[in-house]
Structures are given as C-alpha cells and as structure tokens.
Write a protein that binds this ligand. Structure first.
Ligand code: ATP
Length: 295
C-alpha cells in the first residue's frame, strides 16, 4: 500500500507542478503582451525627467479601428500634482495608463513627459520613471523578499524591509512562517487583496519613480483596510506626479484636477467643489455613490 501510495503522490505533485508552471507561463505572456509596432526608435535617447510633467495632447486611440476608445483627450499634470480620472466602466480610464506606459502607441495626438514625446525615448527609460500600483498586483511564485524587491535591481534586504515597513506590510511579513523568505503566490501562501496591494505599494516605494499611477481597485476592501491603504498611497504620492484612475469618489476629493471621462471624451474637469457646484455628471456620480454608502 505504501509502495503504491508514494508514486501516486509523486505523480500528483508532478501534475500540480506542471499545471502551475503553465499558469506562470500564461501570466508571463500576459505581462509581456506588447503589440509589435511599439518599438524603440533607433538610438532612442533616455527620457530625462526634470520635474515629471505629464501631458496628453489631443490623444485619440482605438484597440480596434472600428471602436474608438479615446477621442481627443487633453490634460496636463504639473510636476508634483495629482490628477484623478473618474467615469463609468469602459470610458477609457485604464487605457490612459496603458498609453502612458507605451504598451500601445496613440492613434493621433501625443503624450509627453517634461516635453519629450514618449515615442522618441527608450521604453526602458520611460518605464523606469513610472510606477504603478495596479488594481490587482501579480505575485510571483517566490519569496516575499523577491516579490517586494524585484522592482529594483540589487535591492538589499534592509531596503526591502524599510519599504515593507513604510507600506505597513512588515507586521504581516513577521507573522508568516519564514518572514521574508516565506513563499507566496499560487504555490505558497495566499495573500488577501489588501496584502497584495501593500506588496504593490512596497514595490513602488522601493522603485521610487517620479511619476505614479494608482489604478484603484473596483473590488471593495473593507473600510478599515481601504482607509489604511489610502493613507499609504497618499504618503507614497507626496511630491510626485500622480495619476489616479479612481473608482471611488472619496479618493479624488483632494486631487488638484478631476477629469470626468465618458465614451473616451472629457466631459467635465475641475476641482471637487467646482464640479459639485456645476451640478453635472460628477455631481450626479457623487450623489449616486453617497446614496449607495460608498462615497
Ligand atoms: P473600468 O472602470 O471598468 O476599469 P475603464 O474606464 O478603465 O473601465 P478601459 O479599460 O480603459 O476602461 O477600456 C475602455 C474600452 O476599451 C472598453 O470598451 C474595453 O472593452 C476596451 N478595451 C480595453 N482593453 C482592450 C484590449 N486589450 N483590446 C480591445 N479592447 C479593449
């Protein structure tokens, strides 16, 4: 019986390993998914970030030519300021961050950082100046230390710990069986939505880029977690240029400018109080969220 059990158990492990590797590969391809036309210009210089001003100038974009997604979007985020984008699902909000990362090129118009068209600089230099705290952080099947530290080549354990402290993740790490050496991901410890977001925040802190994008989670965290994460995001974003893709209006109240995007067009823009006073689309969204108790 024992003899039979061992090989079967072994096969089971092997099967799981293969299945997980396939999942990993799948994830990797999703991560690496880039349309072929996005290529560096020959001898593309590195982006020179002076202040971190981000500008979208009359940007048009479509994934599929038959369906325009952005239809003439313009805005500027001055260095160190925070711009929030709100609007219904499918309006094109996350597309703005994909274009800023240059996963796709704009159809027409242009995107600049400190006056340099992002198509004219090397993609490596562009992406190293941008940080994103995504809706759902991808965890690698590796240790917590690796998962936090991979954003910055050669990060020391002391730096990783400092970032985890600042992201309020250290207490959680300390409670895991092997601390920073604890394996996470599908093959290791499963992390909650809030813990994953803290890993993403710690990564971003470690990378310390001048321009940040927060793609807020649509899935609700509990309100205690949400307030804590919001406070950490505010701390991470201090003195940086910040683009917030917002799903909850409560997080945009202090933005320097709010854009309301509908069907790929900016239909309103201004600060929170101005937009409420205008009694338009933003005021209606606000009233709706407040009535749902989500404001
Ligand atoms: P949500 O609030 O639901 O996250 P969003 O405003 O961020 O929505 P986007 O993700 O920017 O919306 O998507 C805008 C439109 O582009 C949607 O109609 C979506 O279906 C489409 N779209 C997004 N990604 C792709 C893609 N890779 N290929 C084709 N169409 C896409």
């Amino acid at each position: 019986m024992i003899q039979l059990y061992i090989p079967l158990n072994f096969l089971g492990v092997l099967y799981r390993e293969i299945k997980q590797s396939l999942t990993d590969l799948d994830k990797m391809f999703t991560l690496l998914e880039r349309p072929r036309e996005v290529a560096d210009a020959p001898d593309a210089p590195a982006l020179q970030v002076t202040g971190g001003a981000v500008r979208f100038e009359n940007v048009h974009f479509a994934y599929d030519p038959a369906r325009p997604v952005l239809q003439g979007v313009s805005f500027e985020i001055p260095p160190g300021k925070k711009l929030a984008v709100v609007g219904p699902s499918g309006a094109g909000k996350s597309t703005l961050s994909r274009l800023l990362f240059r996963f796709y090129d704009v159809g027409s118009g242009r995107i600049t950082i400190d006056g340099q068209d992002i198509r004219s600089v090397s993609q490596h230099s562009l992406r190293s100046s941008l940080g994103i705290v995504p809706q759902d952080a991808v965890l690698f099947n590796d240790t917590l230390a690796y998962n936090i530290g991979y954003a910055r080549e050669g990060a020391t354990l002391a730096q990783i710990e400092a970032a985890a402290q600042a992201a309020q993740l250290h207490g959680f790490v300390a409670s895991t069986p092997q601390g920073y050496e604890t394996r996470v991901g599908e093959r290791g410890l499963k992390l909650s939505g809030g813990e994953k977001q803290r890993v993403a925040i710690a990564r971003t802190l470690l990378k310390d880029p001048p321009i940040l994008i927060f793609d807020e989670a649509t899935s609700a965290l509990d309100s205690h977690n949400e307030r804590a994460i919001q406070a950490q995001l505010d701390a991470v974003g201090r003195n940086k240029t910040v683009l917030v893709i917002a799903h909850r209006l409560s997080t945009v109240v202090d933005a320097d400018e709010i854009l309301v995007l509908e069907h790929g067009r900016v239909v309103e823009r201004g600060r929170h109080a101005e937009l409420l006073a205008a009694e338009g689309a933003y005021a209606r969204m606000w009233a709706l969220q407040a009535s749902e108790g989500r404001g």
